[in-house]
Design a protein around this ligand. Structure first.
Ligand code: SF4
Ligand code: SF4
Length: 437
């Protein structure tokens, strides 16, 4: 069975884009920031500064020589108060640099527009910028821009689908930073040598579709596609299929089908960075949920504590029942609001009691809705059963590693089965059973 061939697969989630007309507000510098050394997929960075050091805006404060890593920079000027051990939202441990801000926001002298002449120089500059996928995945962008089969890559997919409920930060990027987006696209095309660009936007954002079409009307290499508004059109493999008809099979990367996918806000960052050289130090977030007094989009320094972000948004209306980094479908629950803003946060949701359902699982009624909703035509109920039996061979046959944990199967299940969670467990079972390389 082919993958991602049912373009109507997915879930009709509520859009809840309450903040879409809210131009992001720049939050004033807080008194302190706590900058995590783990904001990318690979091993955490090591702090390059020590207690008492002076830092400026853009000073490199963390790095590690490892694949899938990206350096970390200070978002403020001030003095390092301490280096602490923090627990990430996924339970891993890493260092974090706590900085007392001096309020001056003095830029570091090293911050200069990068001098780039070729592909290698571009990749190096993007690594130095600290950029990781800003749509939520945290995959270092310089790795994406440097695939092994560079000669075979012909398509850049700019992912502006933003299909998760509530989140409007990418939409604001298009509406407010369209020039940065175009400059980012131009830089990637020039240095990576890509001939065609597909900009994918869900059709529930007609103003964004119209704007990008207007701005690119004289460029035959760029096509703007309005995708049917159905979650998860913004998933990488789905966006590739929708825009090119190419199928990224199990174990393949986008570059294997000639594509590089770049989130639209990451693209805008590249445009801005090539002009001013300021590394990634701020993040645009959608702050929403019934427990927040004034939902809005904000631009926060990376490392700002969530409680300070919420305070800027008028504080809590009621005590939150659940807090999420990211959207309700794929976001990560956080246990307290002292957690800091990370590079790949695109939303902070503080949900009230009415928005948090504690589902009571019932027996499977074999309706098949979970399979029909899955963009990869996986069989979540069969995966759940195989996981319960610890049947590794069955899990392999069921291709559980293709599961992107999008949550569609759980969302549509009338028996309220926790299928996404059982898929996560099944993937761990399979990983644990694989021989270590
Ligand atoms: S969570 Fe996994 S199994 Fe469920 S719909 Fe998404 S990709 Fe398919
Ligand atoms: S959607 Fe739920 S009830 Fe229906 S087959 Fe899947 S697990 Fe069973």
């Amino acid at each position: 069975m082919s993958l991602v061939q049912k373009t109507l697969a997915g879930a009709h989630v509520k859009h809840l884009k309450h903040t879409e007309e809210h131009v992001p507000e720049i939050i004033p510098t807080p008194k302190e920031v706590c900058i995590s050394m783990s904001m990318h997929m690979g091993p955490p960075c090591k702090a390059l500064v020590a207690k008492g050091d002076t830092v400026k805006v853009g000073t490199k404060i963390g790095d590690v020589e490892a694949f899938l890593s990206a350096p970390v920079h200070s978002s403020v000027s001030g003095t390092v108060r301490e280096i602490v051990e923090m627990t990430t939202a996924t339970g891993a441990r890493c260092q974090a640099v706590v900085i007392d801000c001096d309020g001056q926001q003095t830029p570091d002298e090293s911050v200069q527009p990068p001098k780039v002449e070729d592909h290698a120089g571009f990749v190096k500059a993007i690594r130095e910028s600290g950029l990781v996928g800003l749509g939520g995945a945290g995959f270092p962008t310089h790795i994406k821009l440097n695939p092994k089969n560079l000669d075979e890559v012909d398509t850049l997919v700019i992912n502006a689908a933003e299909c998760e409920p509530y989140i409007t930060s990418d939409y604001r990027t298009i509406m407010d930073r369209s020039q940065d987006v175009l400059e980012g696209i131009a830089a990637i095309k020039k240095y990576v040598g890509i001939s065609q660009v597909k900009i994918v936007i869900e059709s529930n954002k007609p103003k964004a579709v119209e704007l990008m079409k207007k701005l690119t009307q004289n460029d035959s290499s760029v096509e703007v596609l309005a995708l049917k508004a159905m979650y998860p059109k913004g998933a990488e493999k789905v966006a590739i299929y929708e825009s090119t008809g190419r199928v990224v099979k199990e174990g393949m990367l986008p570059a294997d089908v000639g594509c590089i996918v770049c989130n639209v806000t990451s693209t805008a960052f590249i445009g801005q960075y090539m002009r001013d050289g300021m590394p990634l130090i701020t993040k645009c977030l959608t702050v929403d949920g019934g427990a927040v007094n004034t939902p809005k989009n904000v631009i926060a320094p990376i490392g700002m504590r969530f409680r300070d972000v919420i305070e800027y948004c008028g504080g809590y209306k009621v005590p939150p029942k659940k807090m999420l980094m990211g959207g309700p479908m794929m976001g990560t629950a956080i246990f307290d609001d002292s957690y800091p803003v990370l590079k790949n946060n695109n939303a902070l949701l503080a949900l009230d009691e009415s928005q948090v359902e504690v589902p009571q699982e019932g027996p499977c009624i074999r309706c098949g809705r979970c399979m029909n909703a899955c963009p990869f035509q996986l069989m979540p109920r069969q995966i759940e059963l195989a996981s319960q039996r610890n049947d590794i061979e069955a899990l392999k046959k069921l291709k559980v590693m293709l599961c992107m944990e999008c949550g569609c199967c759980t969302y549509v299940c009338p028996a309220k089965r926790g299928l996404t969670f059982s898929n996560k467990l099944a993937k761990q079972q399979l990983r644990a059973a694989m021989p270590r390389k």
